[in-house]
Design a protein around this ligand. Structure first.
Ligand SMILES: Nc1nc2c([nH]c(=O)n2[C@H]2C[C@H](O)[C@@H](COP(=O)(O)OP(=O)(O)OP(=O)(O)O)O2)c(=O)[nH]1
Length: 143
C-alpha cells in the first residue's frame, strides 16, 4: 500500500483566494529548505480530513475549515514518489495565527497569481500541485 499523505493549501479566503501559505521544511536533509503544503501522514483510525486538521494544528497552531479537495490524477491524489501520494484540500484558517511550530522554519503568504509563487524552491513533486492550484483559482476568479 502506498503511503497516504494529506496536505493543506491554506488560502487567505476559500471564497476568493488570493494568497497561499507556503511552508519551508526543516527535515529530512533532502527536503530541508524546500517549500511545501503543511500536512503529513494519516494515523491509524483517522480520516484524511481529520489527519489534515490535526497536522495543521500541530504544525501551525491553527484550527481550519476544509474547503474543496484539489483533486489529483488518482484517487490517492498527487504522486510524490513511488511510495507515497498526497491528497490536498483548500483550507482557510478559522482560529489562530499560523506559526512555524513544528517541521518548518518559515511560513510565507504568497500571491497565487504572481511569479513569486513558482520561484520558491518547492519540493519538486509539489510543483504540479501548485500549478493546478493556480489554474483552479484563476478559473474560479472568472465566475
Ligand atoms: N507534508 C508534506 N509532505 C510532502 C509534501 N511534498 C512531499 O513530497 N512530501 C513528502 C515529504 C515526506 O516524505 C512525506 C510527508 O511526511 P511528513 O514528514 O510531512 O509527515 P509527518 O508530519 O506525519 O511526519 P512524521 O514526523 O510522522 O515522520 O511526504 C508536501 O507538500 N507536504
Amino acid at each position: 500500500m502506498p503511503k497516504q499523505i494529506v496536505g493543506g493549501a491554506v488560502v487567505d479566503s476559500l471564497d476568493r483566494p488570493t494568497r497561499l501559505l507556503a511552508a519551508r521544511r526543516t527535515a529530512p536533509p533532502e527536503f530541508a529548505g524546500m517549500w511545501e503544503f503543511p500536512g503529513g501522514k494519516i494515523e491509524p483510525g483517522e480520516s484524511p480530513q481529520e489527519a489534515l486538521q490535526r497536522e495543521l494544528l500541530e504544525e501551525l497552531g491553527v484550527k481550519v475549515h476544509l474547503g474543496a479537495e484539489l483533486e489529483g490524477p488518482t484517487s490517492d491524489g498527487w504522486p510524490l514518489s513511488i511510495k507515497a501520494s498526497m491528497r490536498v484540500w483548500l483550507v482557510e484558517v478559522r482560529q489562530g495565527m499560523p506559526a512555524p511550530l513544528e517541521d518548518h522554519d518559515e511560513l510565507r503568504w504568497v500571491e497565487l497569481m504572481g511569479a513569486q509563487l513558482l520561484e520558491l524552491p518547492w519540493i519538486p513533486a509539489d510543483r504540479p500541485i501548485v500549478r493546478a492550484l493556480v489554474a483552479r483559482v484563476s478559473v474560479d476568479a472568472q465566475d
